[in-house]
Design a protein around this ligand. Structure first.
Ligand SMILES: Cc1cc2nc3c(=O)[nH]c(=O)nc-3n(C[C@H](O)[C@H](O)[C@H](O)COP(=O)(O)OP(=O)(O)OC[C@H]3O[C@@H](n4cnc5c(N)ncnc54)[C@H](O)[C@@H]3O)c2cc1C
Ligand code: FES
Length: 358
């Protein structure tokens, strides 16, 4: 589960001026491990300037596509996205962890549902996979996608989305919302935020027709759209999120000297179970997250963002209590079942047992 596998870069396509699409060739022997459901992401690992860097990228391929594909959009000053855009080339090998994530609903051929997607910028990547897979797997279902961008030149997967629309004219409705390019229908000008979503729900789409809404984009957009959907009557359980980065920093990591100043010298004994093996480590409460403490002891654990966003570090807290600083990834039902984000969890009790295999 923690394992990274070498995968070959089969193709690098420049999608827009600042986005690429990587096609990855997974060797036959790992194919099973890389089976995915639409909406899941890969964690990629590379060594950049001597530093190990891990980042998550959503799969944009449909469930039945033969190749794995991810879309990477450059973030200003961003380490991995700029490196990938400038250095990755066909034939190179990169390391990837098998697909993870819960940004999906199970599909069934007999279902007749109406899904709605709200995406902004690179947030289209998981939605492209979800839309394509849904239209294929549920022939009676329909999808309405609102996709926000600055201008038509920055729209990722523009042609692919148009093709999809032409192929499924009666079941796929695609609405581009542009913030810096004027369109004829005023409703589709501007940014996708709460106010825009309110207007869309009042003038364009009937909320009672929505079975599930998927939202992927910046945090403020996601919060606004979700709030609007709920205010218009959509049950919270029918709203699925995927967050790429947070603008709200979690509680900052506490430093050892701060903890000492607080005279919190008490130790926690943490048993970590992973890949069927248990190992017990001991560390001072309040100084390190469970993930940091365990990796410092040499344990190979899964993680990517270390910011409470991606859920790669998810594990089950089997015994004891932790304080979870930030959680932008786990759903309420997962927390209720005992799952924690180990990168954000600080032990409260003297003993904890954390199981990555559950
Ligand atoms: C589950 C998941 C799926 C993701 N899927 C995709 C995807 O399909 N395509 C994609 O392009 N990215 C995706 N991301 C974001 C991706 O993992 C990286 O965070 C992003 O590429 C920036 O990494 P970096 O190393 O270039 O920037 P860093 O060096 O990590 O960050 C540089 C600065 O940019 C900010 N930042 C980081 N990410 C973003 C962002 N997305 N938008 C705006 N500011 C940001 C950081 O806070 C920091 O200030 C996903 C993230 C998660 C958690
Ligand atoms: S590593 Fe991303 S949530 Fe913990």
């Amino acid at each position: 589960m923690t394992k990274f596998y070498p995968v070959k870069v089969a193709d690098v396509r420049r999608e827009t001026r600042d986005a690429i699409v990587l096609t990855l060739d997974v060797p036959k022997e790992y194919k099973e491990a890389f089976r995915f459901v639409p909406g899941q992401y890969l964690t990629l690992r590379a060594t950049i300037d001597g530093e190990e860097v891990r980042r998550s990228y959503s799969i944009c391929a449909a469930a039945n596509d033969t190749h794995l594909r991810v879309g990477i959009k450059k973030v200003a000053g961003g380490l991995f996205s700029n490196w990938a855009s400038e250095h990755l080339a066909p034939g190179q090998t990169i390391e990837a962890m098998p697909p993870m994530g819960n940004f999906h609903v199970p599909l069934g051929a007999q279902q007749k549902r109406h899904f709605v997607g709200f995406a902004a910028g690179s947030g289209i990547t998981p939605l492209l996979s979800i839309v394509k897979s849904t239209l294929t797997a549920e022939p009676q279902s329909s999808f309405t996608l609102f996709y926000g961008n600055r201008a038509s030149s920055t729209i990722m997967f523009r042609e692919e989305l148009e093709d999809l629309k032409n192929e499924h004219l009666d079941r796929f409705s695609l609405i581009h919302v542009l913030s810096r390019e004027q369109q004829d229908i005023d409703l589709f000008n501007g940014r996708i935020d709460k106010e825009k979503c309110d207007q869309l729900l009042e003038h364009w789409i009937d909320v009672s027709s929505i079975d599930t809404a998927f939202i992927c984009g910046p945090q403020d957009m996601m919060v606004g759209v979700a709030q609007s959907l709920e205010e218009h009557g959509l049950d919270k359980r029918r709203i699925k999120f995927e967050l790429f980065a947070t603008s709200t920093p979690g509680r900052r990591q506490r430093r050892p000297e701060e903890a000492k100043a607080e005279k919190r010298q008490n130790l926690c004994e943490a048993t970590i179970v992973i890949d069927g093996r248990a190992r017990t480590i001991s560390f001072e409460k309040g100084t390190s997250s469970v993930l940091d403490a365990a990796t410092a002891e040499g344990l190979e654990l899964p993680y990517a963002c270390k910011g409470g966003v991606c859920s790669t570090c998810r594990a089950m807290l089997v015994e004891g209590e932790v304080d979870m600083d930030a959680n932008f990834a786990l759903e309420d039902y997962e927390v209720a079942r005992g799952y924690i984000l180990t990168c954000q969890s600080y032990p409260v009790t003297d003993k904890i047992v954390v199981d990555f295999d559950k």
